[in-house]
Design a protein around this ligand. Structure first.
Ligand SMILES: *Cc1c(COP(=O)(O)O)cnc(C)c1O
Length: 496
């Protein structure tokens, strides 16, 4: 048995990748991790002139050892086919003296597509013939649509998405409401994102409901802590590096830096996995918005979530607990699961924890961290557009600003900035930053931005305004469980 994965909070746990994907997280509340990443070294020379799918095959075979090569190949073919509008999947663009890795060419124009196109395909090979699974997702905008597109029309799987009524942007709402597929259910709830998230967790942990649904129907989540979302993200770090090699902009073995706009710490942690597997990386630049819990941690060794929650121009990074940071603590404490567990109990009980100076200094070896204000987001979008004619979304702009701060240290290592969304997905902030006058409605703002910049609107965002609205439910927040029950009936017993 390939029981390669364990829990960040208990090293006795040994579990296969398939079971880890099925369960999502460990019974003790810990996250699943691959302990011996350095045993998975990849020979860079063997990666020359491979396309994205071939790279993915090599990397996923290493990290998901209990999947057959055929299962991985099939998953890759379905996940990364013509649903991406770039044959490179994650193309690398050189801008001025840095490079941008564009992660937004998937079906919903956000980087979450890279993980959420793959997770459902892997899930297919995890379910037994009798199993059926309903995915529950609470979303503040981006995750919901990316998850819907990933799970749409898959057999034996359904997906129900809850979003806050009047709490997402017009584009995000339309993206969700126009979703097709026989197994996709979407409703607004009269409450905020926290209400949605808290109730989804409650429903997932409801033993009584599970009994009612029977042993072959389970409820699960598409949360970013699932290794089925994390592992596919390792691939684009190798892809970025090899694109620089293939374009003759880098020598094989030379080091690079990556700057990563960060919320839940999933994206940048995947980069750290790549480094452990042999990718030559000097530093990861972790960039937050004004919710700067991580920056404070880097300065003090104290992780304190007890600070006010701010709504910023980069809403997909408005977060106080970076869940995947627990995985970094596991590696940087030399896999001391008792220590990690203690820190996480402190965080739950008191809202903060403090790491030892050793752990902090090991984190500093690989990572730098900084943050960016709303004004600096707007300024960065304007500066880069005016100087380099490159249009960034607000999340990418957070990365840009912190990247420039870091470079003041004098480090001249070639830099790759990860771009996590199309600028058209967050059109309001982008248009306000560069257009002299901005129309009030988002559709006109998008048109005007495209006319002004000559940068094309991704097809899915251009078309969303004309598609028929298929989902209009709005429910009270205490009706979520009943909603799930009804939708399980509709999707799996076809009673509508
Ligand atoms: C989710 C998201 C992020 C943050 O990624 P993490 O893996 O949570 O750190 C950044 N930018 C955009 C646009 C996102 O949707």
């Amino acid at each position: 048995m390939n029981t390669n994965y364990t829990s960040t909070r208990n090293k006795q746990i040994q579990i296969t990748a398939k079971d880890a994907i099925k369960k999502g997280f460990a019974d003790d509340g810990g996250l699943f991790v691959y302990p011996e990443l350095s045993e998975l070294k990849i020979d860079l020379k063997s990666l020359r002139n491979l396309n994205y799918q071939q790279l993915a095959q090599i990397i996923l075979t290493k990290l998901l050892p209990d999947f057959s090569e055929a299962e991985i190949a099939e998953s890759i073919n379905h996940a990364y086919d013509n649903s991406f509008d770039s044959s490179k999947i994650t193309p690398l663009i050189s801008v001025n003296n840095f490079h941008v890795l564009e992660l937004f060419h998937g079906p919903t124009s956000a980087f979450k597509d890279v993980g959420l196109q793959m997770l459902p395909q892997l899930m297919k090979h995890v379910l037994t013939p009798e199993d059926k699974v309903m995915i529950l997702t609470a979303t503040s905008g981006d995750t919901g649509k990316a998850a819907l597109e990933g799970f749409k029309n898959l057999k034996k799987m359904g997906i129900t998405v809850f979003y806050p009524h009047n709490g997402v942007s017009k584009v995000q709402q339309l993206q969700m409401q126009t979703t097709t597929g026989h197994n996709t259910e979407i409703t607004a709830i009269k409450g905020n994102f926290d209400d949605a998230q808290t109730n989804v967790k409650k429903i997932l942990n409801d033993k009584h409901l599970q009994q009612e649904l029977g042993s072959h129907i389970s409820l699960s989540s598409a949360n970013s802590i699932n290794i089925g979302r994390l592992i596919p993200q390792v691939v684009y770090y190798f892809s970025a590096y090899m694109q620089l090699i293939d374009q003759n902009k880098l020598q094989l073995g030379e080091k690079v830096n990556f700057t990563v706009p960060t919320g839940n710490f999933g994206d940048v942690l995947a980069g750290y996995y790549a480094k452990q597997m042999g990718l030559p990386v000097n530093k990861f630049i972790v960039a937050s918005n004004e919710n700067n819990v991580l920056t404070n941690f880097f300065n003090s060794g104290i992780y304190n979530r007890n600070i006010p929650f701010l709504q910023t121009f980069a809403p997909s990074m408005d977060i106080q607990i970076s869940s995947n940071f627990e995985r970094l603590l596991y590696y940087k404490s030399n896999k001391d699961t008792a220590y990690v567990k203690k820190l996480m109990v402190d965080l739950e009980k008191n809202g903060h924890y403090k790491v030892s100076p050793d752990v902090l200094s090991r984190i500093h070896n690989d990572f730098y961290c900084g943050y960016c204000t709303n004004q600096q987001i707007a300024d960065s979008i304007a500066t880069v557009y005016q100087k380099d004619h490159y249009l960034m979304d607000p999340h990418t702009a957070v990365g840009y600003k912190v990247m420039r701060d870091y470079q003041k240290s004098g480090d001249k290592t070639p830099m790759i900035l990860l771009s996590t969304a199309s600028p058209y997905k967050f059109v309001r902030v982008v248009a306000d930053s560069i257009l002299p006058v901005v129309p009030d409605d988002d559709f006109s703002a998008m048109q005007k931005l495209a006319a002004f910049t000559k940068i094309p609107i991704p097809t899915n965002l251009a078309k969303v305004w004309e598609l028929p609205i298929l989902h209009t439910d709005v429910i009270a927040k205490d009706q979520m469980e009943n909603y799930v029950k009804t939708k399980v009936e509709d999707v799996f017993y076809d009673r509508n």
